[in-house]
Design a binder for this molecule. Structure first.
Ligand SMILES: Nc1ncnc2c1ncn2[C@@H]1O[C@H](COP(=O)(O)OP(=O)(O)OP(=O)(O)O)[C@@H](O)[C@H]1O
Length: 225
């Protein structure tokens, strides 16, 4: 395995002076290509902040952030947007699917909008991913008619459309019952195994965390375990 992402001495402070909140206090972490890791830590420990920085949606106050050999702290907004679209996928606790659109449209549209066109290859990729997510019979269903677990599987498929090297998932199973949560995790593990996609998954759930090969614990703004 080789390092996919490396952050070093990451500091993130919100606000200034007496109102300052010091969230990350010199956090260092390396993710190897192909890892499937859980991100654990008490509420408010900075998990979402770390995922947001790793996703290039926010810059750290200080510290270094390198992915695929690129210095992402030095990169400007345009370069970051391009980098993010090519290399990073996101799954959130709330799937944010468009209810009137079908499962397939939800998976394919973000890429089509970005690229200004929808190609047959993209639709084929969308179909393949939905089938892999166990949703072969739901491809043309309006997403409003899907169950919570099915919606979250659509969201995972959407994150994988562009074959990102890294998928960042912020409490992806937080809204699901145990059986649906474990099913989503099994499908993520399958993609991790078959496509080599690296996953970092924040969770409060010990069982979900235990299903990942590595557990990373954040506390007091650093990695504690
Ligand atoms: N934009 C912001 N401005 C000010 N403070 C913020 C901002 N974003 C996050 N924080 C603070 O940073 C701390 C860490 O928040 P974060 O959401 O990263 O924690 P978390 O570990 O993901 O928590 P949870 O498990 O509850 O989701 C919190 O105290 C939060 O209030």
């Amino acid at each position: 395995m080789s390092a996919l992402v490396q952050v070093q001495d990451l500091v993130k402070t919100f606000g200034q002076g007496e109102a300052a909140t010091h969230v990350l206090r010199g956090l260092s972490l390396t993710l190897q290509a192909g890892e499937m890791a859980a991100l654990l830590g008490p509420s408010g420990s900075g998990k979402s902040t770390l995922l947001t920085i790793l996703g290039t949606l926010m810059k750290p106050t200080s510290g270094s952030h390198v992915m695929l050999g690129q210095d992402l702290v030095a990169a400007d907004d345009t370069a970051l947007t391009t980098f993010r679209n090519l290399h990073i996928g996101f799954v959130f606790q709330f799937h944010n699917l468009l209810p009137d659109f079908t499962a397939l449209e939800n998976v394919v549209f973000p890429t089509a909008v970005r690229e200004g066109r929808e190609t047959p290859a993209a639709r084929a990729r969308g179909r393949e991913l939905l089938t892999r997510m166990g949703l072969g019979a739901r491809i043309d269903f309006p997403s409003a008619n899907l169950s919570g677990g099915q919606k979250q599987r659509v969201a995972v498929a959407r994150a994988l459309m562009n074959r990102p090297e890294l998928v960042l998932a912020d409490e992806p199973t937080g809204n699901l019952d145990r059986a649906s949560a474990m099913q989503v995790m099994e499908l993520i593990a399958e993609i991790n195994r078959d496509e080599g996609t690296t996953f970092l998954i924040s969770t409060h759930d010990e069982k979900i965390a235990a299903s990942c090969r590595r557990q990373i614990v954040v506390g007091d703004g650093v990695v504690t375990g």
